[in-house]
Design a protein around this ligand. Sequence first.
Ligand code: HEM
Length: 295
Amino acid sequence: MVASNISDFLPKLSRFDLQGRQREMQKQLEYVDRIFENIIQGRIEANSRKNEGEAEEDRRKDFVQVLLELKEEKDAAISLDITKIKALLMDIVLAATDTTSTMVEWVMTEILNNPGVMRKVQDELTGVIGMNVVEESHLPKLTYLDAVIKETMRVHTPAPLLVQRCPDESCTVGGYTIPKGTIVYINVWAIHHDPKNWTDPLEFKPERFLIDKWDYHGNNFKFLPFGSGRRICPGIPLGEKMLMYILASLLHSFDWSLPEDEEFELSDEFGSVTKKRKPLIAIPSQRLSDATLYF
Ligand code: HEM
């Protein structure tokens, strides 16, 4: 899915599928489709087996259940069928998992590469949380960790070209005419590394995000890790909270070091999500004195 496709650049050749990308995508799509189909059919069968007493007890609804109930609502604002439910699940799973896990890996990489940053993050965690486990209420107080995550998003821009745009009317943007139907890529990686926007753009300096007020809502065009406009990431609240929570827990509960014989490197791989070329290997050791907190 993240590989370049010659058909995107020369659409006239697309029907020949020269690199076999279309065929490969179709195969992968059918595979993932079967997984979602099984999950949905399994839930429909489980729902129909439930007697009313059991249904009353089980008050927690997950995303699949909410969508299935919406599908049955006669006067719902949107009409859903199984195909649309599968598409929604696919959207969420693909968009949410890869981005979040990749960013956790990059933040840990930068922190291990900058021991001073690790010390400051852990001092902040100790000050806010003490020697307990991280809870959601601590997260808004972790301003330095937040700055570290934002600086990592700037340096290792998660989705360097965002989601392509395609205007349905010809338009002019910044003095450039964009004909109707053009596929437009927005190079956010370049914006995040432009010396006109950032001093020492190649350096990792979380402090820059402590000075001004920065957020992920796409209104400041110098910083767009979640995109902007109508297609901005709808998962920002969840993504932001999950990143803070996972990283705070990893860094508060454990000290981290690198294997001695491991060659450390920061290079990335081009794709729709910027992955680390070589997976990070790091060694945790217990940080909290109360061992029972780990069970
Ligand atoms: C660190 C975490 C995440 C990052 C960095 C991220 C980043 C992005 C970016 C850059 C886009 C394209 C926006 C644009 O082109 O303007 C996007 C789209 C999207 N994201 Fe996220 N995302 C994250 C987490 C999530 C989560 C947790 C969810 C769902 C629960 C999610 C759901 C989506 C969806 C459905 C789209 C497509 C929106 C559309 O095309 O209209 N993302 N994300």
